[in-house]
Design a protein around this ligand. Structure first.
Ligand code: NAP
Length: 231
């Protein structure tokens, strides 16, 4: 595959199941990939090198990357370096998962998508939700070059059209058809509880799922909470 994105160096914070798959796909696509875990990168240097990525501290990821993917547990978002991330494009692949994050009503409020919470914390960063609704196994198994029949799709949500264009190109480079869900608030349609969460489908089917969201059970809960429910 050939990189078509203006991004050259992709940073990833979180070197677990999801972070490693994204790292491998990005390295295969020709990106320079920097990846960080929570602490000392030394124990993962060899494993990351084997998939074409460089394991470095979080501060180096942020200092050197053109854009940063968040692939750490959402419950740890307050540890992200706000000042360093100011002005940067940040791709939020995190979801609230009580098994990993504990019971956190603050991360489970239907009035606010979790990416808006992350954006609120990361003042001055440009947050786009993406790469978080598909399971890591599916991401690993389903990457295909553009135009392949049955190519799977990944939805993204963000407020800035230019940032959505950049992230869409990244998604395409990683091997998936990008589908724009809408502004950052619509990222709630990609979260646990929504039909698109876990979806491993093509672009047409993913768009249909997003269109059905307002009439789904979760969609009605969100609309009531946001005061946008139709009478
Ligand atoms: N697994 C999936 O299929 C999947 C799919 C879509 C979205 N997601 C989302 O992606 C995120 C990661 O999930 P995962 O399954 O990959 O988790 P995981 O396997 O448990 O890996 C988490 C990674 O994040 C690192 N980390 C934890 N706290 C950190 C911090 N404060 N700063 C930097 N790195 C930190 C961990 O580092 P250490 O090794 O040092 O602990 C580890 O490398 C979650 O928000 C999840 O909801 C997961």
């Amino acid at each position: 595959m050939t990189v078509t994105s203006p991004l050259r160096t992709l940073g990833i914070i979180g070197a677990g199941r999801l972070g490693r798959v994204i790292a491998a796909l990005a390295a295969d696509a020709g990106y320079r990939v920097l990846i960080a875990r929570s602490g000392d990168p030394a124990p993962i240097i060899r494993a990351m090198s084997a998939i074409g990525a460089e394991a470095v501290p979080v501060s180096e990821v942020v200092a050197q990357a053109d854009a940063v993917v968040l692939a750490l547990p959402l419950g740890s978002y307050l540890t992200l370096p706000v000042e360093q991330l100011r002005g940067m494009l940040v791709i939020d692949a995190m979801n609230y998962w009580w098994g990993a994050d504990g019971i956190r009503p603050d991360l489970d409020d239907p009035r606010t998508s979790t990416s808006e919470i992350v954006q609120h914390h990361l003042t001055g960063a440009r947050v786009v939700k993406g790469l978080g609704h598909m399971g890591y196994h599916d991401l690993e198994d389903e990457a295909r070059s553009a135009g392949s029949p049955g190519r799977r799709a990944i939805a993204i949500a963000g407020d800035e059209p230019d940032d959505l264009r950049i992230v869409a190109r990244l998604v395409d480079d990683l091997g998936f058809d990008p589908v724009v869900a809408g502004p950052l608030a619509s990222g709630i349609m990609l979260e646990p509880g929504a039909e698109a969460f876990g979806a491993n489908v093509d672009a047409a089917e993913l768009r249909e799922m997003l269109e059905r969201f307002p009439t789904s059970q979760r969609g009605r809960v969100v609309a009531r909470a946001r005061g946008t429910a139709r009478p």
